[in-house]
Design a protein around this ligand. Structure first.
Ligand SMILES: Nc1ncnc2c1ncn2[C@@H]1O[C@H](COP(=O)(O)OP(=O)(O)OP(=O)(O)O)[C@@H](O)[C@H]1O
Ligand SMILES: [Mg+2]
Length: 261
């Protein structure tokens, strides 16, 4: 069953100087309930645009966008968003306070929100760090708090825009493992944006590759049917999928570089 259905969706940005920019055109994609879908593409191809439409922050210019069969009218608590390059933690609140914040806004009683915050901080591997403030935590830890904060709201779907891009390789690998575990444990549907092919293969059930922009759409979808042990960079089957995705994206990188000059 599909949770999200994008059918021939186009997005046109009106520029301040009068011209229009067609970011995506006739973009179609179904994301299944419970699947981990990675969207891959060159810089500026429209990945964030697609995510923002699914999040409800941007309206579609034409086409159909549905969540659970209903048109998406705007942002709602059923979708939790981790933004690209996000550093939106409240510096004056502890890790616990940051995760509790959204719950407090929704009027959830103190005891329940304390328990939920603790539970999700533990889930992202931050047990014992609840009382620290963002300035006392590493980049990777802060990123985990952001994910805990989104999870604590218990959305049906996670929308993650390059959430690990700023992390060092080691923390990143840890977070990938952690996220996979959490999603498997909680049955979330995930739209995850990255331009790292390895990351996509480690995480995804399916990988969608976009054309270079403007007027981008999906070039193709690669299913990733690897077992956990096969999701190792050196495994033959991993390399096979890598080649497949790399071939799809290679030409788009060249086109995107050409257009930039
Ligand atoms: N609010 C906006 N107004 C005008 N143009 C925009 C706006 N947002 C995005 N664009 C343009 O739409 C295109 C797609 O942008 P988008 O942010 O979706 O790309 P992306 O694939 O997420 O890129 P990156 O990998 O660099 O994050 C770009 O050319 C960008 O300049
Ligand atoms: Mg982006």
């Amino acid at each position: 069953m599909s949770l999200v259905e994008l059918t021939q969706v186009s997005k046109v940005y009106r520029s301040l100087t009068g011209g229009d920019y067609v970011a995506v055109r006739d973009f179609s994609l179904d994301i299944r309930t419970g699947e981990f879908f990675c969207l891959l593409g060159t810089s500026g191809c429209g990945k964030t645009t697609v995510l923002n439409m699914v999040a409800g922050f941007e309206a579609v210019s034409s086409g159909n966008l549905r969540l659970g069969g209903k048109p998406i009218a705007g942002p709602a608590a059923d979708r939790g968003v981790v933004f690209q390059g996000d550093d939106s933690l409240y510096g004056w609140l502890s890790a616990q306070g940051n995760v509790e914040f959204g719950l407090r806004m929704r009027g959830i009683a103190r005891r329940e929100r304390e328990e939920k915050a603790r539970h999700y901080l533990e889930l992202v591997g931050l047990k014992g760090q609840e009382h620290k403030h963002p300035s006392e935590l590493s980049g990777g830890m802060k990123q985990r708090i952001q994910i805990a904060r989104v999870l604590a709201n218990e959305p049906q779907m996670l929308l993650m825009d390059e959430p690990f891009a700023a992390l060092d390789a080691h923390t990143r690998a840890d977070m990938q493992r952690e996220l996979k575990r959490i999603c498997a444990a909680t049955g979330k549907t995930v739209l995850f944006i990255t331009h790292d092919i390895d990351e996509a293969i480690i995480l995804a059930d399916r990988i969608g590759v976009m054309h270079a922009g403007p007027a981008s759409k999906l070039k193709g979808i690669v299913p990733v049917t690897l077992s956990d042990t096969e999701r190792e960079r050196t495994h033959d089957r991993f390399v096979e999928v890598y080649r497949q995705v790399h071939e799809m994206i290679r030409d788009e990188v060249a086109i995107s570089l050409q257009r930039a000059h």
